[in-house]
Design a protein around this ligand. Structure first.
Ligand code: NAD
Length: 451
């Protein structure tokens, strides 16, 4: 089948590569010529495990092509996927300017039947909006062309995006057109060989499903962060509490890890957008607002603990913190709304220096943090630790889970570790002689013994 994918970011490029892998001819379009040039040269511009080999293979076999020319990309396509960004506006609403631009461009070009598919996360009513924009452009041209607009939200997660797209839990399709639903079923059939995965519903329900799913997941995270903070106050251990509640099948173990608050390009903006949508329809989204508020507070929590510690030791000014992890979570280079940024800002505002390391987000971080003279992003995991006054762990990369603790202890001025992800065992850190402060657990003071 012939497919055009508009927007070659985390969603668009993964979708394109996976659809090409199933034998489809996929034309990828992006407005950014640098991205297209890099992709044409066989270089993937984002870090996503398993993506580069898929892109390379399918490009070499001629099923995946890249261009900035939408007319060329759409020429033979039946399916036209819109995968452009939908960031937050200052008031929390969803910025639909890229979606609108795509709809306008499609309306100016379309000359035979196409199924236009909104894969971006967009507020309820956007499919109707896109339909209206395309119809308006056709009217301006005096042209009459049949088309459908479908909602097909994407549920992949960065860091495991290829796997998620190849083996989705479900494929949500919002359309009232039975023929269109059948065509999408055929397109997605290779990804649903083990069982039927397509859930066809009304367009508005499909649009709402994506927000409901992300807000539910964000709620679990904020709930657990709140429980963790209460655990700290009352002398309980959130790891034990998690095991205790997760064993209840109605609750389950997934997504109830406390930490530094959720970040990334989806949860924060989607939570804010649902709040905005709800309010614009006269609803009071009290729970979702609380989820957002708890998260904003949680993102500042690690820095507060660090500053409090140094204040008690005579002041934070002039101290240096080694910070491990800049991406909003492991296995991605994405730093959008990462808690590391909140942590760094808070520490450097207090007069501290931050030396940071991330396995893949270093280059992104250097660009984002270039105006902050109190931050240095380093290329080696242990370089920031050398001569620092404390180590803070922000991202849950596997390589941080079992580091060389003797080396860390020898390199730090004082053996102090702040762990925003609960990666280490309290008893082990105590034995190793660290002052260890984590999330939802009591601090431990080391007994000065080495393994
Ligand atoms: N990243 C995720 O994990 C994820 C998961 C599920 C859903 N989503 C949703 O998918 C959408 C895309 O997210 P993303 O993370 O892939 O975004 P992204 O920022 O990584 O990629 C968007 C791409 O669209 C391109 N673009 C913008 N306007 C364009 C135009 N007019 N024509 C062609 N290309 C254009 C940009 O240059 C960019 O390369 C968002 O709505 C997001 O909420 C994201």
């Amino acid at each position: 089948m012939n497919i055009c994918i508009i927007g070659t970011g985390y969603v668009g490029l993964v979708a394109a590569a996976c659809l090409a892998e199933m034998g489809n001819d996929v034309s990828c379009i992006d407005v950014n010529p640098q991205i297209i040039d890099r992709l044409k040269a066989g270089k993937v511009h984002i870090f996503e495990p398993g993506l580069e080999p898929l892109v390379t293979r399918n490009t070499a076999e001629g099923r995946l092509t890249f261009s900035t020319d939408l007319a060329e990309g759409m020429r033979d396509a039946l399916f036209v996927f819109s995968c452009v960004g939908t960031p937050s506006m200052p008031d929390g609403s969803c910025d639909l300017s890229y979606v609108d631009q795509v709809a306008t461009q499609i309306g100016r070009i379309i000359d035979d039947y196409k199924i236009v598919i909104n894969k971006s996360t967009v507020p309820v009513g956007t499919a109707d909006r896109v339909k209206g924009i395309i119809a308006e452009e056709l009217k301006k041209r005096g042209a009459s062309v049949e088309f459908d607009v479908v909602s097909n939200p994407e549920f992949l997660k960065e860091g495991d995006a290829v796997n998620d797209f190849l083996k989705p839990d479900r494929v949500i399709v919002g359309t009232d057109n039975v023929r269109t639903a059948k065509l999408l079923e055929t397109l997605y059939a290779p990804f649903a060989r083990s069982r039927d995965k397509m859930i066809v519903m009304g367009v508005r329900s499909a649009e709402m499903t994506k927000y409901a799913a992300n807000c539910m997941l964000a709620t679990k995270i904020s709930f657990m962060n709140e429980v963790a903070n209460i655990c700290e106050a009352v002398g309980a251990d959130v790891r034990e509490v998690r095991a205790g509640i997760g064993s209840d099948r109605r609750i389950g173990y997934h997504f109830i890890y406390p930490g530094v608050g959720y970040g990334g390009s989806c949860f924060p903006k989607d939570v804010r957008a649902l709040i905005h949508t709800a309010k614009s329809y006269g609803c009071a989204p009290s729970l979702v607002e609380a989820v957002d508020a708890v998260n904003n507070r949680q993102k500042g929590m690690l820095a507060e603990k660090i500053k409090r510690y140094f204040k008690e030791k005579g002041g934070a000014q002039g101290k240096t913190v080694a910070l491990w992890g800049l991406a909003f979570k492991a296995n991605t280079d994405d730093m959008r709304e990462s808690a590391a940024l909140d942590t760094i800002r808070s520490l450097t505002d207090a007069g501290m220096t931050v030396k940071a390391y991330d396995p893949v987000a270093g280059d992104n971080a250097r660009k984002i943090l270039k105006d902050n003279p109190s931050v240095a992003v380093m290329d080696n995991q242990y370089d920031p630790v050398d001569g620092a006054d404390a180590l803070a762990v922000v991202t849950d990369w596997n390589q941080f889970r079992n580091p060389d603790f003797n080396r860390i202890k020898n390199m730090l001025n004082d053996p102090v570790v702040f762990d925003g992800r609960n990666l280490f065992s309290r008893s082990f850190m105590k034995e190793m002689g660290f002052l260890y402060i984590s999330v939802g657990r009591q601090p431990v003071v080391g007994v000065e013994r080495r393994l």
